[in-house]
Every structure is written in C-alpha cells, then in structure tokens.
Design a protein. Structure first.
Length: 157
C-alpha cells in the first residue's frame, strides 16, 4: 500500500533498521503483476534497501493462517516479525493487526506511515491530504480513522 501511495522511498529513507519481507510477500508483490507499486518494490529489492528472508517456521505460518484467518503473506510477515524480533511490522490486514496485538508485535499501517511522514515534515500538507484520499479509497479504513488522520495532518504547519 505504501508503494502505491508513493511513500515507500520516504519510509525507507527514514528507517534506521533493516527492512525485510518474507518470500511470499515478495512473490505476491512482484511475482506476476508489473504495476507501478510492484516495480517500486522490486527496485527497492534490487537496490538491497529491502531484503527477502525465508520463513522456516511453517507450523507457525500454518497456525496463523488458520487461527487468524489470514493469507500466507500476512502469516509469513508475522512469523518473520516473531523470528527477527522486529521493531515494527507494516501491516494493513485487520486480522493481521489483531494477531500483532495478541502476540505483542509492534506494528504500523499505511495510514500510520502517511501520518508520521507528515508529522516529520517529509511530505507537505497538500500531498499528504491527496495521499490520504487515495488511501481512503484503496484501504478499508473506518471513516473515524481517516478523519483522525486528516485532523492530525492538518494540524502540522
């Protein structure tokens, strides 16, 4: 989602930690489709700004898929976060967010990344609000969450 909003480069530039995705997420993101966001993710992979890490705990992945009713990509991402003791997991899937809460995994969403980018002054007000409108259209955010994000981004000068 952050690639689609053209926030991926901002996010990667502002992160001090290593960024990793599991193989399934890489395949889902870049495997078949050649959309702009897929190409942006592939470029970040090619430039080693994102690395692919194999998830070997198939039992945990399968358990997450069943218990939390998630796809394999989200399940692998959470399993990878557990294995790597991730400082932060980017996830927009509601069931994935709930699993992160249950497992104590720190997480953020595309909305959170957008708001934080605005608060840090990495993106101007007009661009941030335009991206918020696009995100509200792509994502499944409750109207109250979108309005809270709008208010927070408008407050910053």
């Amino acid at each position: 989602m952050i690639a689609r909003l053209d926030l991926l480069d901002l996010f990667l530039a502002g992160v001090d930690s290593r960024v990793a995705i599991p193989m399934e997420v890489a395949m889902e993101s870049c495997g078949v489709k050649k959309t702009l966001d897929a190409l942006m993710i592939q470029k970040a992979l090619d430039e080693s700004r994102i690395r692919i890490v194999a998830v070997k705990n198939d039992k945990l992945v399968a358990r997450l898929q069943v218990d939390s009713n998630m796809g394999k990509g989200e399940s692998e991402a959470i399993a990878l976060a557990v294995k790597e003791k991730a400082q932060l997991l980017g996830i927009d899937d509601k069931n994935g967010i709930n699993a992160c809460k249950l497992l104590g995994i720190p997480f953020t969403t595309a909305m959170g990344i957008l708001v934080r980018s605005r608060e840090k002054g990495l993106i101007d007000r007009g661009d941030a609000l335009a991206k918020l409108e696009a995100l509200a259209g792509y994502g499944r955010y409750k109207p109250a969450i979108v309005e809270d994000a709008r208010r927070r981004m408008e407050q910053r000068k």
